[in-house]
Design a protein around this ligand. Structure first.
Ligand code: ASP
Ligand code: MG
Length: 471
């Protein structure tokens, strides 16, 4: 134990702030930790970020339509404020903030109409969702008798200038947090912080990627760990990490304890519960993370991510999958021992901004198989056909619907025979394995099966490793 004082960092997603019941629930969560220094990080209200992205596009073409759009969004926020904030002074404060912010947003929309939409302006516009939800939440807490202070992303995090997907500059961020968050905590107030956006060293607004409020919470935790003993609680609309997708495998179970490494393999794959970058932030400093279901009782079971890799539980923690993706195979004798083929292939995919989920090449070098999102499949193949080399007759390019399965658990790293069991179970279930990949971390064995074999494959593996694991 560190002997440092604890701090709780509660991250509330958009679905935690939808109506009177959910606001009341956030309050009972915050009250649970009364007496412990506490931070709340907020997302925009549900759907608002998407609407702001739409607004920015609209402003490029049709200013009156953009203005009308802003007006609707303003009344949406004002309605929430009137419903949630009971005390007159706090309500006035919230409504003033809303009208001030919407003036700014209208100004930004006009700038877009006149001068186009450079990336920093896009980020500035989408940051309004968090500015608004967080300020309203601060007023709500105050009107409920909780001492709370609003802190804007710019006051807390400095990033590089990768607009839309910025990364924090940690020493600059440390300086900001020392100056902004620490005094609030020392005063015993809740620091209520906007998620998702920050600023560059030149004070331009940046965003941290979609779903980036989670990242904000873990950046703050990482920095606070210098002085405190932080814990991050993500309030989401799922129970936590599961041993399989329950829609595919009805006997799927909640994983109550999992290591950072395993969670990094699992948390985003298929379920997209938590981006691995968040776990990088907490793992570095050994900060425990909880994934909690906001819609369940406070004493409901949840996933706790904390253990170091060496601490063993079950060999396999989860059978994760992506149901529908596309497997692309580039094949041809011309590839054998020709250097630079893989580089060329993946450069083309990068140019088209296609994300690759799986790669496999046999040592005969006759073909390379890779997997992309279902939507990206046609574009990937088109780009290859149009390439001066790959489009030639001596290459075959094929595309096929596939399902991607990952068996995840760090127990595999030192236990031999796991791969043998995986493929025996699949063979017994009659599932035909199309391609295989295993990272050298041995945390994850991934393979492809035809979509019609997915259910039986998952069921067989879940049975073998989760429900009835051999001792
Ligand atoms: N509001 C942002 C988004 O929708 C960030 C977040 O929700 O975490 O992506
Ligand atoms: Mg979110």
């Amino acid at each position: 134990m560190s002997g440092k004082e604890k701090v709780k960092i509660n991250k509330f997603g958009g679905s935690c702030l939808s109506d009177a019941t959910s606001f009341a629930k956030t309050l009972s969560i915050m009250r649970q930790f009364a007496g412990t220094p506490s931070v709340a990080v907020l997302s925009a209200f549900k759907g608002v970020t998407d609407q702001l992205i739409e607004l920015a596009k609209l402003a490029l073409e049709d200013l009156p339509a953009a203005e009308a759009f802003c007006a609707r969004l303003e009344s949406f926020h004002a309605d929430i404020a009137r419903q949630m904030i009971k005390d007159g002074e706090s309500l006035k404060d919230a409504l003033d903030f809303i009208s001030f912010r919407f003036n700014k947003l209208l100004g930004a929309a006009r700038d877009v109409y006149k001068g186009g939409l450079p990336p920093h302006l896009q980020d500035y516009i989408v940051s309004f969702g968090e500015r608004l939800s967080t300020y309203l939440f601060t007023c709500f807490l105050r009107s409920s008798g909780v001492e709370a202070e609003y802190l804007s992303g710019e006051a807390v995090i400095t990033t590089n200038a990768e607009f839309g997907n910025a990364m924090p500059i940690m020493d600059k961020t440390q300086g900001k947090i020392d100056g902004s968050v620490l005094p609030v905590l020392r005063r015993g107030a809740v620091a209520v912080i906007t998620g998702y956006y920050a600023e560059t060293e030149d004070h331009l607004t940046t965003t941290l990627g979609r779903g980036g409020s989670d990242f904000t919470a873990t950046i703050i935790a990482n920095v606070l760990a210098e002085r405190y003993d932080p814990e991050v609680l993500f309030w989401k609309d799922v129970d936590g990490l599961l041993s399989a997708n329950p829609k595919i495998e009805p006997s799927a179970r909640l994983i109550e304890d999992i290591s950072y490494d395993e969670a990094k393999e699992l948390a985003y794959f298929g379920s997209k519960v938590l981006h691995p970058i968040c776990l990088r932030m907490t793992m570095d400093k050994g900060i425990p993370v909880q994934i909690r279901n906001f819609n369940k009782d406070l004493d409901a079971a949840y996933t706790r991510i904390s253990k170091a890799r060496q601490e063993v539980g079950a060999i396999v923690k989860s059978i994760a999958c992506v149901e529908s993706c596309e497997m692309i195979t580039l094949q041809g004798a011309a590839m054998v021992s020709l250097p630079g083929i893989a580089a060329r292939l993946f450069t083309i995919m990068a140019r088209e901004r296609i994300n690759i989920m799986f790669i496999s090449q046999a040592s005969s070098e006759n073909n390379i198989t890779f997997v992309v999102n279902q939507q990206d499949g046609p574009l990937a193949v088109k780009a290859l056909f149009e390439d001066a080399d790959f489009g030639k007759a001596w290459f075959d390019i094929s595309r096929e619907a596939t399902s991607l399965v990952a068996v995840v658990g760090h127990g595999m790293a030192y236990k031999h025979g796991v791969a043998g069991k995986v493929f025996t179970a699949l063979g017994d279930a009659g599932a035909n394995v199309r391609a295989i990949a295993q990272g050298s971390s041995e945390l994850n064995i991934s393979f492809l099966v035809g979509p019609k074999d997915l259910k039986s494959a998952i069921h067989a593996l879940h049975q073998e490793f989760i429900i009835a694991p051999a001792p």
